[in-house]
Design a protein around this ligand. Structure first.
Ligand code: C2O
Ligand code: CU
Ligand code: CU
Length: 438
């Protein structure tokens, strides 16, 4: 693998909010890439070196010069020093490569890791900690019979890029078919979907329920009892699993037909830790639609070739290099309506900000594409209970308008928003936006 800090996942950065971190990311990669590059993708031409890297802290409220802008990659032998002020709430963030045109390859190679921010508000809740608080980076990979990582190339003659990658080897913190020794008590798992494109639907094989206490940007208002957890790439879910009724048992975390992780529950606990699920976490103030100064209608589009094969996706039918069109003003709130005209779900992520999901609503995509008018064909559905907190990545389903409300707090400057299916992102499903001072 190509990793950050020599392990996969990379070392977990742990910090208290508002302390600030300075990280020097050094590119010490070898001169040759381990995966085939598609030189026809924007920003990955033959005139550009194959091996490049730039790191982005996903979910971080980061000044633009430290955010890992996709075009600000560095070559081997060079480094980048980033400042992460961490002026935000406690949350499970992650860092990963973001290099223009090869982000899917670098990240797939293993360049990602966790960053956990804590705050006093969360510490007061006495949630499980230390060895009872475990981050789980779950991803799929394709392994060759010799055990090496494989990344597929297109079956179309002369082409390289593939629209999606699904591996049948599921890795948890880099381990294949893993188990975890646990005690019959309460655990906190910070799950992160680190797949390039796979959605997971997690559940416990014994059908036991668990509690979700947090999402991308920190704690929910109150724990949500669930049996099944859907996670798109880049989404995070903070869950509590109570093994106290499962002493001596083996319990599997599964996703559809995949066995993800086996918990081996000991027969007794080593120290008496209080098994307590708080009734409330911290209040989430739901943003009023009236607080938005602007509503932007943005489409997710699929380009097809003459035999209806996908040639890639676009945001608002606009390629990456076109002039910036989204220019929110710092400290104002906007509503973005994401109209998914494609046949896939796309997890849409915005850098810098956190947002709330307003609703999802079915609409007539044919009428929109032929006449440009937006006609809803179903009722607005509120977000799922576990989506009622702060998010930085949202699942936008096909044929639906997904509305999010975004306070543009943080820093002025240039950032990006994109689909977090990395194959899409690398092939034009990414756009810049610029936060203006006024
Ligand atoms: Cu996970 Cu543009 O980021
Ligand atoms: Cu990000
Ligand atoms: Cu996508």
């Amino acid at each position: 693998m190509w990793t950050i800090g020599g392990s996969f996942p990379g070392p977990t950065l742990k910090a208290a909010i508002a302390v600030g971190m300075i990280v020097e990311w050094q590119n010490r990669l070898p001169a040759r890439h381990i995966f085939p590059i598609d030189h026809s993708l924007h920003g990955a031409g033959r005139d550009i070196a194959d091996v490049r890297a730039v790191v982005h802290l996903h979910g971080g409220r980061t000044p633009p010069s430290s955010d890992g802008y996709p075009e600000e990659w560095v070559l081997p032998g060079h480094s980048q020093t980033c400042f992460y002020p961490s002026l935000q709430h406690a949350a499970t963030l992650f860092y990963h490569d973001h290099t223009m045109g090869i982000n899917r390859l670098n990240t797939y190679a293993g360049m990602m890791g966790f960053c956990i921010l804590r705050d006093a508000r969360e510490d007061h809740l006495a949630l499980p900690e230390d060895r009872y608080d475990i981050p789980l980076l779950i991803c799929d990979r394709i392994l060759r019979t010799d055990g090496q990582l494989d990344y597929p190339v297109s079956e179309k003659p002369g082409e390289v890029w593939v629209p999606e990658v699904f591996g049948d080897a599921i890795l948890v913190n880099g381990k294949l078919l893993p188990y975890l020794d646990v005690e019959p008590t309460l655990y906190r798992f910070r799950i992160m979907n680190g797949a390039n494109g796979r959605f997971f639907r997690f559940s416990l094989a014994n059908k036991h329920e668990f509690h979700q206490i947090g999402s991308d940007q920190g704690l929910l208002g109150a724990p949500v009892v669930i049996k099944r957890l859907t996670m798109a790439p880049a989404e995070r879910a903070d869950i509590l699993v109570d093994f106290s009724s499962m002493a001596g048992q083996r319990v599997e975390l599964i996703s559809d037909s995949f066995s993800i992780l086996q918990f081996r529950v000991a027969s007794s606990i080593s120290k008496s830790s209080p098994v307590m699920i708080p009734a409330t976490l911290h209040p989430i103030e739901r943003l009023a639609e009236s607080s938005a100064v602007k509503t932007c209608r943005l489409t997710l589009d699929e380009r097809m070739d003459d035999v209806q094969r996908s040639m890639g996706m676009l945001l608002n039918n606009t390629p990456w290099h076109a002039p910036i069109t989204e220019k929110p003003v710092l400290h104002t709130t906007e509503i973005w309506e994401l109209l998914n005209l494609t046949y896939d779900s796309h997890p849409i992520h915005l850098h810098l900000v956190r947002f709330q999901i307003l609703d999802r609503r079915r609409f007539d995509t044919f009428e929109f594409q032929s006449k440009g008018t937006l006609r809803y064909t179903g009722p607005a559905r509120p977000p799922e209970p576990n989506e009622m907190g702060w998010k930085d990545t949202v699942r936008t389903d096909p044929g639906m308008v997904t509305r999010i409300i975004i306070p543009f707090d943080g820093y002025p400057g240039r950032y990006v928003w994109h689909c977090h299916i990395l194959e899409h992102e690398d092939n034009e499903m990414m756009r810049p936006f610029e936060v203006l001072l006024s």
